[in-house]
Design a protein around this ligand. Structure first.
Ligand code: NAD
Ligand code: ISE
Length: 338
């Protein structure tokens, strides 16, 4: 079977990592074209993988040697590229967020529905993590009875000066927001963000840590600590408490070391390593689906819309001193039924 020819918009951090994946890890794919508003970056990526460069995202989407599009540019530019791909009838994988406003997400949803088939997948890679998949199997298989509460933590070792307080929801908690909707097969109906005493190890403008509370339609309560300057490493925790049991996301495998009077395990330092195999599986399954001519099975444009509306509610709560904010989602069209 011929390779899926992928065009990549945005040759930054994750764009380069995905190009490496598509050319070295994922079978059945090649990168044929790349574009970046920074022409030098595009040229370097094109030389490395190798591919041709094109001046703009619109040129790349229209290119005859591009079967499918990967969007890894900055969030506010995603909607334009995804809409172009949908208009061209080409499958498009878009890194999170699908779009930075609910209105743009809905434009994508409407365009995709008008096209008559699903073309869009959003890069919520945690759904491809082996630990989260096992946790979902336990919950779905009634292993803990009806879920009642979920305790989560999302910790990054440090955050750059460009990281702002709303990004704790938009950039960071958005992963829990997506994976918890999927894990619980439930919808988030309200959000509240509280700010404890701030760490001294942050840039002064930043509210860090943040304590987020979500409620689902079935009444499950979720607490999520987002702490992006925790210093010690990258740490993702998730524990679901049900009527008959408790299920916990496993920590990544690590050697247990007893030495010099201590007993411990190393903690990973970044999301690239923590979710490396989830990213691999995510792109492997996406490419296989595109090659088979099927519709994408991963997080949909609707999931991207829901995540943006829920993060908007969390940011509104943060900016209104911790008010509980209701999530105002439209009804899910049948087109996006699970
Ligand atoms: P980055 O700044 O390193 O790279 C983005 C690149 O896109 C830059 O080279 C920039 O010049 C280019 N670009 C911006 N607008 C463009 C446009 N309209 N057309 C072409 N090129 C354009 O950023 P990054 O860290 O790679 O993040 C990119 C996206 O990936 C963001 O949406 C981010 O939220 C997402 N991301 C997802 C994860 C994850 O865990 N799934 C992790 C990191 C980043
Ligand atoms: C980053 O953009 C990611 O997506 C990472 O997964 C997350 O841990 C980090 O906080 C974000 O900034």
């Amino acid at each position: 079977m011929a390779s899926v020819r992928v065009g990549v918009i945005g040759a930054g951090w994750i764009g380069l990592d995905h190009m490496r994946r598509l050319t070295q890890v994922v079978p059945g794919a090649e990168v044929t074209a790349v574009t970046d508003v920074d022409a030098e970056r595009a040229a370097q990526a094109a030389a490395r993988f190798p591919a041709r460069t094109l001046p703009t995202g619109a040129d790349l989407v229209a290119a005859p040697d591009v079967d499918a599009v990967l969007v890894t540019s900055w969030g506010p530019t995603h909607a334009e590229h995804v809409l172009n791909a949908v208009a061209a009838g080409k499958p498009v994988f878009c890194e999170k967020p699908l779009a930075t406003t609910a209105e743009d997400c809905l434009r994508i949803v409407k365009a995709e529905m008008a096209s008559g088939r699903r073309l869009v997948q959003v890069g919520f890679m945690r759904r491809y993590d082996a630990g989260y998949r096992e946790l979902k199997d336990v919950i779905t298989g009634n292993g803990i009875g009806a879920p009642l509460m979920v305790h989560c933590a999302h910790r990054n070792a440090g955050a750059p000066a460009s990281y702002t307080s709303p990004m704790a929801a938009q950039d960071t908690a958005v992963h829990e927001i997506d994976v918890l909707r999927w894990l619980l097969d439930d919808e988030i109906v309200s959000a509240q963000v509280l700010t404890p005493r701030a760490t001294g190890r942050r840039h002064p403008h930043l509210k860090d840590p943040q304590f987020m509370l979500f409620e689902t339609a079935r009444g499950v309560r979720i607490d999520l600590e987002v702490f992006v300057n925790c210093q010690y490493g990258y740490d993702i925790q998730c524990e679901a408490v049900g009527e008959t049991g408790v299920a916990r996301l496993p920590d990544p495998a690590a050697v247990s070391l007893r030495s010099a009077g201590r007993h411990g395990r190393a903690v990973l330092q970044d999301w690239q390593h923590r979710f490396a195999s989830a990213f691999d599986t995510e792109l492997r399954e996406w490419v296989a689906g595109v090659a088979a001519g099927g519709e994408p099975q991963g997080p949909s444009a609707w999931d991207g819309y829901a995540a943006t509306v829920i993060t908007d509610a969390a940011v509104e709560s943060l900016e209104s001193d911790g008010q509980v904010v209701n999530v105002d989602l439209q009804d899910r069209p049948v087109f996006y039924s699970p």
